[in-house]
Write a protein that binds this ligand. Structure first.
Ligand code: FAD
Length: 424
């Protein structure tokens, strides 16, 4: 490669989604010639699917506990702090995106359309004259004679001073991320922490329970507690959906990464659903005393259906006393019946896999990547960004935030490092 001070570095970015588009923008803004290579026939295909098409791209709650890795979590904080506070909001505001905050902290485009986010990024790529190659995937990546050589399936070859791998993980492979990024990272000597599905539904054991009976039940506000080897390790609250295979819904997604990792370690994983998290046994007994005057003629099952979805009562409460009249029950027996809906415990058999996962946990080992630059510590000039790394966030905009922020850092660093090397 030329060491002419006027030499404009060429940077190839592989993967044209959240991390890759942002990396390309920041590399180009820093003066590099940028080639962005995307296997799909359009950029940002996964972004269109985010937030049910509305794209939840940031969250006001910046507690670092929302980000997860198997290594040192301070690595993630370093990356997030590399840009100024509210970087993601400012970046998109400058690109003309108006946003709205919902549910106490979740940011979406004001028109609630993910295409607005993609359009802003595409326009900026065009303005910066980033060369974008679509419908062509990288086939081989080598480093020889001071340059990276990127060979595409079509046979096209590019030579680059730096390469940014932003190819995502293994989640939702139909949207383009088929896990091939791990292969290229491994070829340069990187360790891959076993990728596992995260933010996904869970499959439950169905011994003795006919899940087809409960399929379609929706607990509007329930609590799920995940236990590993019978010890509670995580708890989340919100809408929980029961399905023919198990459970789904945001609270389930939030605990699924931990469930998957524990299952991979062959540990016993179970969940307990509390369908009435705001009521305890005493509340049930008090309510029973108030109702008994008017509801004595009702069967227990009918009374339970006034508290919980009928389908749930049919599926879970097949005990002999369900037919008993409320008037013939005492307070304690009603509380016992009620209590069954606070402690519905099931063994977790598996997750629903990468096809239904929103993200992958695991990925490129963070100890081999600089948190200051996103550059590989093993192969100078090679950079990583986004979900390909061993980082994932909770539902709530954290995954896109990490992809955008880390993408920006990788793009800036790749372009600036070249300038530094020229001087050296
Ligand atoms: C259904 C769904 C909903 C989600 N909702 C949200 C949400 O609301 N908020 C949030 O923060 N996160 C959400 N996520 C997660 C978020 O979308 C991802 O974490 C984020 O897109 C990761 O960005 P990335 O650029 O690292 O990888 P990806 O978005 O996975 O992009 C990787 C790109 O690389 C390309 N590629 C891969 N291999 C090659 C190759 N060899 N050559 C060329 N190109 C290649 C792929 O085609 C793909 O376009 C959701 C995910 C899904 C699936």
């Amino acid at each position: 490669m030329s060491m002419d001070p006027k030499h404009v570095p060429t940077i190839c970015v592989i993967g044209g989604s959240a991390a890759g588009m942002t990396a390309a923008i920041f590399a180009a803004r820093s003066g590099a010639r940028v080639i962005l290579i995307e296997g799909n026939d359009r950029l940002g295909r996964k972004i269109y699917a985010t937030g049910n098409g509305k794209c939840n791209f940031f969250n006001r709650d910046q507690d670092p506990g929302h980000f997860h890795t198997s290594k040192d979590p301070s690595w993630i904080i370093d990356v997030l702090k590399s840009q100024k506070d509210d970087f993601v909001l400012d970046f998109f505001r400058e690109l003309g995106l108006m946003s709205t905050m919902k549910h106490g902290g979740y940011y979406y485009p004001v028109n609630e359309s993910a295409s607005a986010v993609v359009a802003c990024l595409e326009e900026e790529l065009q303005r910066l004259q980033v060369e974008t190659i679509l419908s062509d995937r990288m086939r081989t990546l080598t480093y020889e004679k001071d340059a990276f050589h990127v060979l595409l399936r079509s046979g096209r070859i590019y030579q680059a001073d730096a390469v940014i791998l932003a190819m995502g993980g293994s989640a939702s492979p139909k949207l383009g991320s088929d896990g091939s990024g791990y292969y290229y990272a491994r070829n340069f000597g990187h360790t891959i922490v076993e990728p596992l599905p995260a933010l996904c539904p869970l499959k439950l054991e169905n011994e003795g329970t006919d899940f087809s009976m409960w399929s379609g039940v929706r607990f509007g506000d329930a609590r799920i507690t995940l236990s590993v080897d019978d010890i509670p390790v995580a708890s989340e609250r919100g809408e929980i959906l029961l399905t023919a295979y198990g459970v789904s819904g945001i609270p389930v997604f939030q605990v699924s990464g931990q469930a998957a990792r524990s299952l991979a370690q062959k540990r016993k994983v179970s969940i307990t659903i509390d369908a009435a998290p705001d009521m305890n046994g005493r509340d049930a007994q008090n309510a029973f005393s108030e109702w008994s005057a008017y509801a004595g003629h009702r069967k227990l099952q009918e009374q339970l259906c006034r508290i919980f979805p009928q389908k749930a009562v049919d599926a879970f409460y097949h005990f002999a006393d369900r037919e008993m009249k409320m008037s013939s029950l005492d307070c304690a027996s009603f509380a016992k019946a009620f209590d069954r809906f606070k402690h519905m415990t099931f063994i977790v058999k598996d997750t629903m896999g990468f096809d239904q996962a929103q993200v992958s946990s695991g990925g490129v080992d963070l100890s081999e990547v600089s948190s200051e630059t996103m550059e590989s510590k093993l192969r100078p000039g090679l950079y990583f960004a986004g979900e390909l790394l061993d980082v994932y966030g909770d539902c709530g905009g954290y995954n896109l935030q990490f992809a955008f922020t880390g993408g920006a850092l990788a793009g800036q660093s790749a372009a600036m490092a070249w300038k530094g090397r020229e001087r050296g």
